[in-house]
Design a protein around this ligand. Structure first.
Ligand SMILES: [Zn+2]
Length: 167
């Protein structure tokens, strides 16, 4: 479903605000769906009601979102509908980016634990490399002073994260 040809009812229902991205965000002033991620919603004019305001704006200014892709907010502001802050990506890529971003900065903007480029904690990476070199959890435990349980947890978590973040 594309909204490009529908008539905007409230095209100017946004406020420009500097939220730290390269250019100001367009903060949606209409309805915000707080229960579903905090995205702006608007009437498409003719289509089903409501549609996501950022999707609608993107399609109005840039053209249809390619089939199978979804829009990623490059500015991390979900109520922003600036088409220049939106990039069509695959669902997998969107999840991957969100995951990597969450690793560095929480939703409240606080710094959290720092992950490396694969989204792994340094400790997990060490466990992974030990395991790959054939070391048993028992040997690792003796070497690191950590319990085998915590080493196993770190190992399986790292394996899982790599399977998610692999492109
Ligand atoms: Zn923005």
């Amino acid at each position: 479903m594309h909204y490009k040809n529908t008539i905007p009812k409230r095209l100017k229902s946004y406020k420009e605000e500097d939220r730290g991205h390269t250019t100001p965000c367009w903060i949606w002033q209409g309805y915000i769906d707080q229960s579903n991620g905090g995205y702006g919603k608007c009437s498409s004019g003719t289509g089903p009601y409501p549609v996501s305001s950022h999707v609608w704006m993107y399609e109005y200014f840039k053209g249809p979102v390619p089939d199978g892709l979804e829009l990623d907010h490059l500015c991390r502001v979900r109520s922003c509908c600036n088409p220049d802050h939106l990039e069509p990506v695959t669902h997998k890529e969107n999840i991957r980016r969100g995951f990597l971003r969450r690793g560095v900065v929480s939703s409240r903007g606080e710094r959290k634990r720092v992950y490396d480029h694969d989204g792994l904690l340094p400790f997990s990476r060490i466990v992974l490399s030990y395991r790959e070199s054939g070391m048993s959890f028992e040997e690792m435990s003796a070497k690191t002073g950590k319990t085998q349980g915590s080493l196993r947890t770190a190992y399986y978590r790292a394996k899982m994260k790599l399977s998610i973040t692999k492109t």
